[in-house]
Design a protein. Structure first.
Length: 202
């Protein structure tokens, strides 16, 4: 019999800890390596991934790595990204404040923005994906997912892996018209071997 493999592994021990659950709930309320593909939610309302910007199937299901949530800073200077410090959410107290970051020359669109991120894994082909975002709608989606995952870890630690679908919605802004924003909907929970333990009603 072949050995069962976990969806995600953690360095040096258990994937899920009580401290992690508390951090996700608290932070939600207020990167991968190797062949990881980068996820992006486009202004037109589509999820895409990878260098070819392949569109995500809205019916596809992805596993959320509960140990992958991060918070940090992303800077911009003359249209070019400036990498800032990034820490796991359970180490968020170590994240420098904006006043402690390197100076970025003043200019249109220049400056630092708070960033959040999370890793997913496709259930279909096990493709790892990373999503980092600085937009208001994106940060709201990730921090809401953080909170829901943290609560899930407390309620059913035997099934710590949230299963989500990546979609979108929109609202009408008084000045900018219709604004699309990402939606991460939990449709079930799985154990670390990918076996669905709890399925949510559609």
């Amino acid at each position: 019999m072949s050995e069962s493999k976990s969806l995600f592994t953690a360095e040096g021990g258990s994937l899920v800890t009580a401290d992690l659950a508390d951090s996700l709930v608290e932070t939600g309320s207020a990167a991968g390596t190797g062949n990881t593909a980068f996820l992006k939610f486009k202004k037109a309302g589509q999820w895409v991934f990878g260098t070819d910007q392949e569109e995500v199937d809205p019916d596809a299901v992805f596993a959320v790595n509960p140990a992958s949530f991060v918070i940090g800073w992303q800077g911009w200077h003359d249209g070019q990204p400036v990498e800032g410090p990034v820490v796991p959410v359970n180490q968020r107290s170590t994240l420098p404040g904006e006043s402690e970051l390197p100076d970025i020359p003043a200019g249109d669109m220049n400056g630092w923005s708070k960033m959040v991120g999370v890793d997913f894994q496709s259930l279909e082909d096990k493709q790892p994906m990373n999503f980092k975002v600085t937009s208001y709608g994106g940060k709201k989606a990730v921090t809401q997912l953080m909170k829901e995952v943290g609560l899930g870890l407390k309620e059913h630690p035997e099934a710590p892996i949230a299963l989500v679908k990546l979609t979108g919605d929109k609202y009408k802004h008084d000045k900018f018209g219709w604004i699309n924003y990402p939606v991460m909907s939990i449709v079930g929970w799985a154990d670390v071997n990918g076996k669905e333990v709890k399925k949510l009603a559609a």
